[in-house]
Structures are given as structure tokens and as C-alpha cells.
Ligand binder design. Structure first.
Ligand code: PRX
Length: 630
């Protein structure tokens, strides 16, 4: 057996021995008594009896050896600011934030919702929550009041940390009105709101509820807030993600297992060393931001770059200039960003000294071969795809170069990562597909390894029913992705089995978009599908049935209604959910039992064969779709 094959086998066959070894990479206040308690499947409890703290592992423990080393590098090309926080400074800021949260009544186990742009205060808030044992729930700053309200409702945060606004491409995005509206929409109300005022726009302050970070920070400049030692199984955060139904699920993560999993992945997969700089271009609102902007690099003792801005502003060389300036060794981005850069002047890639960079990791959506080839040729560095989910928190498939150097295959995110017993299953029979190149559902045999979701926030039944009951006849975790495996064990991901779409690496539920569109008074029914797109991977396209079509007399009238529908989505979900097109039809293709034929609609939009249509109620409905896209 080769080194990795050996390592992988041990992670499955000697699960507890393997993870006990990995657990030594983090600091424990009390060492765990049991590595994995899987007595109540599918609920896995990792490092039972151990107590630790994420903030201690990410910040405090580095003070002894790297106090003056850069920890957080906050760069904004929107406000033209750049600030490097050493571990000592980060430690101080996090304590101030923790003191502010405590003053506002936050205690261990309370939720704190963080609705922030990519600024240092967002990192302080996350780490401060971890420090005091509060459970953070970061909501992507691109989400609008409807999405935010449903997350407030579900997580019931004692405090919300936010800001006056963000900025995108030089345009200010006001957060505060969206937040106020969301709190109004939610039946649950937070007791306080803590606001970082960037002076980007005016802010309406609600007396008694809203507090300014600046004032509380000054009050607590020297307040000492020790780390609260929490059980390894204590939830560190929830992060909402989309699935088949309209209601997003709160993915709940533990503390000890997460810290161990991240430390292991930094060593074996990303190969980042203490003292170096990590640059992930994601956003703290997504799982990549949680694991590989904030916790992973800091736990490893690396400096991490937090970047607010576009990849092409002031020009397409901005990221490479940061690699040069901060001697980035490990970089992490998404295929969409690379496709955006591909359209820029190629000279920008040779203008900077990229000698520090060892590899570029890409994840979040399929990496197409031309994109992979282009960036590989241009950078002349290893391009390493990796596949995972909000639910898992770290790669399911990848290449563990830290264990054994292995070649990447373009188009494949790699092989099963240690700890994951990945299987391809027949969707109807649940049978294991063991032959090469057989298409099946990518599934994981329990227990999920450390770092993966513990449950759906306050909804154990939903955790079981959604993830573990979709394959007939067995309790197994479904990723809801199709895949195949070649003779060398490399997987290829072939798209989702459910109604989730992936727009520019952003995971969105088509049902959520449909629900938003249906709230327009003149829309009676709508189907949203993901359609392949050269730049964004996929875009959402909506087909809507109007209640009163008498006004839709010409193109101009249709365009007006289309713009209105897009506006509704912008206001509810945010521009990330906005369909690229809204087409109006008089009827939607359905089965005789009334099920929407989304796959057939999608196939028609992509110019593919619509498949078996024998159960279709009204064939003319699909013809209308065909006509409308032609
Ligand atoms: O469909 C897969 C796709 O993105 C989904 C997970 O998205 P999210 O929860 O936002 O987590 C992203 C973490 C990187 C998956 O179910 N996906 C993610 N990475 C890849 C991918 N599809 C193909 N190749 C990938 N490398």
C-alpha cells in the first residue's frame, strides 16, 4: 500500500486510534475520555469528556511563541484600508468584543447572529463568541431581509452584531435598514444589536436596543475575558444552508471535533505551516470562510487574509499583489473567481512575485477542465480541487499532499479524504457501486468524521430524515451529489440530485427563490431551475405563471414585470438569488399527480433531451418553455 492508502485505511479501520493521534494537535483543558461515541447513530459525539476552546486554540495558545507575528490581515479595496493585527492585537480585540457581548447579556450557549461585511470586526465577533462559549450564526452579508429574518427566527440570537454597511465595486450596500426590516419581520426579537460604524452611510439607531461597538470597545479596552472551557461536543456555531425545502437548515457544528478536523486538514491537505500566510478569497458568510479564513489558518498559527472587494478592482492583479506583499503560501478560491480572472489581461499574472505560493486550492463548485488548465498554465503552481459541503466543514474529497504527494486529475476533486467512508450508491436500491465509472449518489457511511455537522439546529428529526433516510434500506449520509469513481479511486462530481443550485459557488435552494417570487401579487406559480452558465457555473432561470396576463401585451410589459419579479427576489433573498431571466408562461410542465417536472425544464433550457415524459400532464407546457428560451 502507498502511504496515503495506508493512512486512509487506518482512519477507517482504526478510527479511534487515528483521531486520538490527530487530537494531540490542539490544546485541551481536560483531555477526552472517549474518542467517538456512536452509540446513537447517526449522531456522532467526538472527543467526549474533553474540554477545550476554539478561540484559545486559534489565538491565545500562539501568544507564547508568536505574539508579534501577523494573525489577521484585513484588506479592503472598497475603503482602501489595510490593517495587520498581530496575535497580541487580535487577542486584545477579541477580548474587547467578548466583554461587549457579555455586557449585552450573552452567556455560554446563547446565540449571536453576525451579519457583517468582510471587516476585521466580523472576525473579532466570531472569535469572541467562541471565547465565551456563545454559538455564532453568521449570515452572509449579501442576503436581504427575508433570508435574514428566517435565520433570526430560527436561531433566536440574544445579540446581533452588524454594521452600517458594506461596499461592493465601490457601491455602498446599506446593511442597517435590511437588518431593521428583518427584525421587524421576525417574531423573535434580539435583546440588543451591536454595530460597527464604518461611516459608509447614515445609520438609524434604535434607542435601548442598538449599541455602538466603538463605545463599548473603549469601555472595555483592558477588560480581561478568559476563555470559557466548553465540552468538546458544545456547539460552536450554526450556519444556514439550502436544501430541497424552502426553509434553510441550521447546520450545527461542535467545538472539539471541529478544532481537531481543521488542525488535521491544515497539515495533511492544505499543508500550511505556522508563521506563513493563508489567503482564502471566500466570505465569512459561507463555510469556507468559517473553516479557512478564520479557524483553520489561525489554529495552525498562520496569518490569514480577510479581503473585502472584487477580484478585479482596482484591476485583476489585486489578489496576486497580496500574494506578493504578504508572502502567501497557501491560497484558496472558487472556480468562478478564476473564470472571472481569465477574462483579464494575462500580463497581470506575471507582474507579481508569486514565488512564496505553493498551491492554489479551489472548491465550492465543479472545476471545469479549461479553467483548471488555464490557471495551471498561468500560475505554474499546483491547482488542487477539493469537494465538500457546509455540512462537513472540511474536504470529503481531495488530495492529501501532506501525507503523500499525489497528482491531481483535472475534472476530479480527488480521492476520499481520511475519515470519510465515501461510497457510491444506487439511488433506488441503495446498493454499493464498486465498479469503475458507475454513476451513483455520493454517500458517507456513519459516523461522519470530526468537524462535520452534529445535527440540524433544534431539529434532530430533520437531520435524520433529510440526510440519512434518502437512500432506501439503510442509514447512510447522502451528499445529494451524483458522482462516479475511476479505476484509481478519483471521484468526479456530476451535479446535485436535489433542487439545490450552485451560482458562482453560492449554494442556493430553488425553492427559496420560488417562494420569494410567489410573493409577487401577480405571480400564481413558478418553477426555478439551474441552467449551465459559462461564467457562473449555473444561473437561476424562473418560469412564472401570471395571475392576470392581460397587461402583458408586449415585450416592454414583460420586461417590466420581469424587473419587478427580480426586485422582489433582491428584497427578500438578496441579489445572489436573483434569476438571470424570468420567463412568463401560461402553464408549467407537471406530472399527472401534480409534481413539477424541474429536470425536464432544466434539460430543455440546456438544449438536452428532456427524458421520459410519459407521466406529463400537458406536453404543450414543455413546448412553451422551449419556445420561451429559443
Ligand atoms: O454540489 C457540491 C458543490 O457544492 C455543494 C456544497 O456547497 P456548500 O455547502 O456551499 O459548501 C461548499 C464547500 C466547499 C456540494 O454538495 N461542490 C462543492 N465543492 C465542489 C462541488 N462540486 C464539484 N466540485 C467541487 N470541488
Amino acid at each position: 500500500m502507498t502511504a496515503y492508502a495506508d493512512f486512509y485505511r487506518r482512519s477507517i479501520d482504526d478510527r479511534d486510534g487515528f483521531w486520538a493521534e490527530e487530537a494531540k494537535a490542539i490544546d485541551w483543558q481536560t483531555p477526552p475520555q472517549q474518542v467517538c461515541d456512536y452509540s446513537n447513530p447517526p449522531f456522532a459525539r467526538w472527543f467526549v469528556g474533553g474540554t477545550t476552546n476554539l478561540c484559545h486554540n486559534a489565538v491565545d495558545r500562539h501568544l507564547a511563541t508568536r505574539a508579534d507575528q501577523a494573525a489577521l490581515i484585513a484588506v479592503s479595496t472598497e475603503t482602501n484600508t489595510e490593517r495587520v493585527y498581530t496575535f497580541t492585537e487580535l487577542h486584545a480585540e477579541v477580548q474587547r468584543m467578548a466583554a461587549a457581548l457579555k455586557e449585552l447579556g450573552v452567556q455560554k450557549g446563547d446565540r449571536v447572529l453576525i451579519y457583517m461585511p468582510m471587516i476585521a470586526e466580523a472576525a473579532f465577533a466570531m472569535l469572541a463568541c467562541a471565547r465565551i462559549g456563545a454559538i455564532h450564526s453568521v449570515v452572509f452579508g449579501g442576503f436581504a431581509s427575508g433570508s435574514l429574518a428566517s435565520r433570526i427566527e430560527d436561531s433566536e440570537p440574544k445579540v446581533i452584531v452588524s454594521s452600517d454597511g458594506g461596499s461592493r465595486g465601490g457601491k455602498v450596500v446599506e446593511y442597517k435598514p435590511l437588518l431593521d426590516e428583518a427584525i421587524k419581520l421576525s417574531s423573535y426579537k434580539p435583546s440588543a444589536v451591536l454595530l460597527a460604524d464604518r461611516k459608509l452611510c447614515a445609520m438609524n439607531i434604535v434607542a435601548g436596543r442598538d449599541h455602538l461597538w466603538k463605545a463599548l470597545r473603549e469601555k472595555h479596552l483592558n477588560t480581561v475575558v478568559p476563555c470559557e472551557w466548553v465540552e468538546a461536543t458544545h456547539p460552536s456555531y450554526t450556519l444556514y444552508t439550502s436544501g430541497t425545502t424552502g426553509k434553510p437548515k441550521g447546520v450545527q457544528r461542535d467545538t472539539g471535533g471541529y478544532a481537531v478536523a481543521l488542525a488535521a486538514s491544515m497539515k495533511h491537505i492544505y499543508c500550511g505551516n505556522a508563521g506563513e500566510t493563508y489567503f482564502s478569497t471566500s466570505d465569512i458568510g459561507w463555510v469556507v470562510g468559517h473553516s479557512y479564513i478564520i479557524y483553520g489558518p489561525l489554529i495552525a498559527g498562520m496569518a490569514t487574509i480577510m479581503y473585502e472587494g472584487l477580484p478585479i478592482r482596482p484591476d485583476g492583479g489585486i489578489w496576486w499583489s497580496l500574494v506578493e506583499k504578504y508572502k502567501v503560501t497557501v491560497m484558496f478560491s472558487a472556480p468562478t473567481a478564476v473564470r472571472v480572472l481569465k477574462k483579464q489581461d494575462p500580463a497581470l499574472l506575471t507582474k507579481y512575485d508569486l514565488s512564496s505560493l505553493r498551491a492554489l486550492f479551489l472548491a465550492g463548485e465543479p472545476l471545469d477542465e479549461p479553467t483548471a488548465q488555464w490557471i495551471s498554465d498561468s500560475l505554474k503552481k499546483p491547482i488542487i480541487d477539493n469537494y465538500w459541503q457546509t455540512e462537513t466543514g472540511w474536504p470529503i474529497l481531495g488530495i492529501a499532499n501532506g501525507v503523500e504527494h499525489k497528482a491531481s486529475k483535472f475534472g476530479s476533486p480527488g480521492v476520499a479524504m481520511y475519515g470519510y467512508d465515501v461510497q457510491l450508491l444506487d439511488e433506488n436500491t441503495g446498493e454499493r457501486l464498486t465498479g469503475a465509472n458507475q454513476k451513483g449518489v455520493v454517500a458517507i457511511e456513519g459516523p461522519l468524521p470530526p468537524g462535520c455537522m452534529q445535527t440540524v439546529w433544534r431539529d434532530d428529526a430533520r437531520f435524520i430524515n433529510t440526510y440519512w433516510k434518502s437512500i432506501p434500506g439503510k442509514l447512510v449520509y447522502s451528499t445529494f451529489d451524483w458522482g462516479v469513481r475511476d479505476e484509481d479511486g478519483y471521484f468526479f462530481i456530476l451535479g446535485r440530485t436535489d433542487d439545490v443550485i450552485n451560482v458562482a459557488g453560492h449554494r442556493l435552494g430553488t425553492r427559496e427563490i420560488e417562494e420569494a417570487i410567489s410573493s409577487h401579487p401577480n405571480i400564481s406559480e413558478v418553477a426555478v431551475v439551474g441552467v449551465a452558465d459559462q461564467l457562473k457555473g449555473q444561473v437561476a432561470v424562473a418560469f412564472a405563471v401570471v395571475r392576470d396576463a392581460s397587461g402583458l401585451v408586449d415585450e416592454a410589459a414583460r420586461a417590466k414585470l420581469e424587473a419587478e419579479v427580480m426586485k422582489v427576489v433582491d428584497n427578500t433573498i438578496g441579489a445572489v438569488g436573483r434569476p438571470a431571466r424570468v420567463r412568463f408562461v401560461s402553464v408549467l410542465p407537471k406530472t399527472r399527480s401534480g409534481k413539477l417536472l424541474r429536470r425536464a425544464i432544466q434539460a430543455v433550457c440546456e438544449g438536452r433531451d428532456a427524458g421520459d415524459l410519459t407521466t406529463m400532464e400537458d406536453p404543450a407546457a414543455l413546448e412553451q418553455i422551449r419556445d420561451s428560451v429559443q
